[in-house]
Design a protein around this ligand. Structure first.
Ligand code: GTP
Length: 402
């Protein structure tokens, strides 16, 4: 492919600088350790490598080849760092920095062996990209997100291009002498490299935005202390589940759970201990629910569990199991073992068209109230009339007003 080299390098340089500028713009206001800053630096190094090659008519061959190749290795090191910073994980060992030494040495020491240099440099870059791909495929990291797939595709293409370059050079199908003397003939490689760098930058920015969106969603819907759904999220969930149960004529049970004498925990051991107790109780409860069940923090030390397709008897058995599990799991706080119990109100069974989310919660709440009155650490079932409301607690519109 005959491409005007000067134009190509100019395009790559301008596009590289523009992308670096936009990534800096997005990173503005973030701490310097933020992944976007590392990515912006990577783009600058990538651009610098093409500036070196673009100045090939004005620089001695050794200078533009060593400078350009080393800057490219720097760009890949920084991209790996950016991915690891994004993941909040440190890269193991220091081996990933080796190309910063190997590449210039390769070009300085093996000046006359152009084929060896092209093959070795391609393999070194391919190894660097392999490290980035391994980081992206790290099983300890979340495996979803379209940005990650864009990065995998683009880095994968780049890796195959470099391996093909090494293979062609080895087979004598690439004129490495001309490459070494002038850098000419690199056109197709740089064109693919430009497309790949555009794609991976798009993928990286997209990945960052996806995570910001996910964090915002979690902030809006999750209780930060316990990690459970917050009141709004569990309320929304209940509205949807009630509508579905009514449509499909299914059972639906609701549990209202409240930690007994929680104020004493705060008073005796401090607020921090109270927080630990709450998150530990939340974990115990959640670990005993089925996948289809939902639980959320409804108030200070109060939890709401939604049990779709569950009869009253089933809900009673589960409530008793939850009560026993919390009682059997004292919470360690320094040298203290804090014994915790919960009281549970159950509203279970068939749902009619007249039932509402507020009504179910109010009925479970009334049953909880009786469990507290009855001595705590017990399960009480809502009476049939409870949802009509004779002995309901003051606020009976706890979902629709949430
Ligand atoms: N540590 C901590 N305490 C909380 C949190 N939210 C609410 N509380 C406290 O929970 C306590 C609830 O006290 P009460 O409503 O009297 O209930 P209780 O002591 O559990 O008594 P019963 O429910 O009647 O058994 C209050 O002291 C609140 O300050 C929280 O997020 N962290």
């Amino acid at each position: 492919m005959n491409l005007d080299q000067a134009t190509l390098y100019l395009v790559v340089t301008v596009v590289g600088l523009l992308m670096a500028f936009w990534v800096c713009f997005m990173a503005w206001g973030q701490p310097l350790g933020h992944a976007l800053w590392a990515w912006a630096l990577a783009l600058l190094a990538y651009t610098a490598s093409h500036v070196f090659f673009g100045l090939q008519d004005f620089l001695p061959p050794q200078v533009f080849l060593i400078g350009g190749s080393t800057a490219y290795a720097v760009a890949l090191v920084l991209m790996l760092q950016a991915v690891r910073r994004f993941q909040g994980v440190a890269q193991n060992g220091r081996w990933y920095l080796a190309p910063l030494l190997l590449v210039p040495l390769l070009y300085a020491l093996l000046a006359q062996y152009s084929t060896v240099r092209v093959v070795c440099s391609s393999l070194i870059y391919a190894w660097q990209i392999g490290l980035i791909l391994a980081a992206l495929l790290d099983p300890s990291q979340p495996r979803h997100g379209r940005g990650r797939y864009i990065l995998l595709g683009a880095f994968g293409t780049l890796l195959l291009t470099l391996l093909a370059r090494a293979a062609l050079a080895l087979l004598g199908l690439l004129d490495t002498q001309t490459l070494a003397a002038s850098g000419r003939g690199l056109g197709p490689v740089f064109l693919i490299s430009l497309c790949a760098v555009l794609s991976i930058t798009l993928g990286f920015v997209y990945m960052t935005m996806e995570r910001a969106e996910q964090r915002n969603f979690e902030l809006a819907m999750k209780d930060m202390l316990t990690g459970l759904a917050n009141r709004r999220a569990i309320g929304d969930q209940l509205l949807m589940t009630v509508a579905r149960a009514q449509r499909q004529g299914q059972y639906l049970s609701v549990l209202m759970l409240d930690v007994d004498h929680f104020k004493r925990v705060n008073d005796n051991f401090g607020h921090q201990a109270g927080d630990v107790v709450l998150s530990s109780v939340a974990q115990t409860l959640q670990s005993r629910l089925r996948a289809q069940d939902q639980i959320g923090r409804f108030g200070g030390e109060e939890f709401l569990a939604i049990l779709p397709d569950t009869s009253l008897e089933g809900a009673q058995v589960l409530a008793e199991a939850l009560r026993a599990a919390v009682e059997a799991t004292p919470i360690q706080w320094g040298v203290h073992s804090i014994a915790i119990t919960i009281s549970i109100g159950v509203r279970g069974g068939a749902i009619t068209g007249a039932d509402t989310a507020d009504g179910l919660v109010a009925a479970a709440d009334a049953a909880l109230y009786r469990a507290k009155q009855g001595g705590r650490n017990r399960v009480e079932v809502a009476q049939a009339a409870a949802s009509a409301g004779p002995d309901l607690p003051p606020s009976t519109e706890r979902i629709s007003k949430a």
